[in-house]
Design a protein around this ligand. Structure first.
Ligand code: ZN
Ligand code: ZN
Length: 272
């Protein structure tokens, strides 16, 4: 039996269970709609899209780690601004950005390059910089205060990963951006449980070809892959194209009968 408490805008509490708060989960932006970022407990971000703007300054100061799925702007947009905003409080106490080396290289070359934004990995000094980049290998697991965070390769237009996060025997996974692949499902099947899955379906079925070309799922492609999963988690659909949410969700429900499906929304909080 699932033991989620699913509620809107719960205030973050010190709890011994894991909490995941959805700051943003859309494929685009407009009022009340923001791009991917999930806050695990109070200190870990999975991706740092525009959803980070939902945090207060105080909440932002609690962030110690950011796990990045890939280099696309909708997943990293808030990292440079967060470093600048929190600069004083991060000197000598950096936020650690975890990602594949290829992703970190892109951040260095194209964002923190002195042209688009200052290189906060050497500011104010190399030894007291406010951002620290830490390369992670796919398949590896990092432990942060009892939370085990595993990086899993997926299939996107740029090197991309998802993450599986486990704490006290409860687990959730996030696909990142991906289209059809084998590795995500095989990696999740290696474990005994999966309680909650955030999976993308960026496009509706009418855009099947575009979904393949852009390395995203549509409901039809997702349904074909989800049957590879041996677990029966609660499934939350993310990264929906703004304006097409209803079409995508009704196609998902039609293609995936018997699955507990919901549309992931900013403000959702899961405790388990
Ligand atoms: Zn992407
Ligand atoms: Zn994306």
């Amino acid at each position: 039996m699932l033991a989620f408490e699913h509620a809107k805008k719960h205030k973050s509490e010190q709890v011994d269970c894991m909490q995941v708060r959805v700051l943003g989960c859309s494929g685009g932006i407009c009022r009340g709609v923001a791009t991917t970022s999930f806050l695990v407990d109070t200190d870990i971000l999975i991706d740092a899209g525009t959803g980070v703007c939902d945090l207060t300054l105080e909440e932002m100061r609690s962030i110690r780690h950011i796990f990045v799925t890939h280099s696309h702007l909708d997943h990293i947009a808030a990292i440079p601004l967060l470093a600048d905003t929190l600069f004083d409080s991060l000197v000598g106490r950096p936020v650690i950005v975890h990602a594949q080396q290829l992703t970190l290289d892109v951040l260095h070359q194209h964002i923190f390059n002195g042209h688009v934004w200052p290189d906060f990995t050497v500011l104010p000094h190399k030894t007291s910089a406010v951002l620290k980049m830490k390369a992670m290998h796919t398949g590896a697991t990092v432990e942060i205060d009892g939370r085990m965070i595993e990086m899993i390769t997926v299939n996107h237009a740029v090197p991309g990963v998802g993450y599986r996060i486990e704490s006290n025997g409860r687990s959730f996974a996030f696909s990142g951006d991906t289209t059809s692949n084998e590795n995500l499902w095989a990696a999740l099947n290696k474990h005994d449980n999966l309680d909650l899955l955030f999976i993308e379906s960026a496009f509706a079925n009418k855009d099947l070809e575009l979904a393949g070309a852009a390395y995203h799922y549509c409901p039809q492609l997702l349904a074909r892959d989800l049957c590879k999963l041996k677990h029966r988690p609660k499934v939350c659909i993310s990264h929906l194209k703004p304006g097409e949410e209803d079409a995508i969700m009704s196609e998902c429900r039609e293609a995936l009968p018997g699955w507990e499906l919901t549309q992931l929304k900013s403000g959702d909080v899961f405790k388990f």
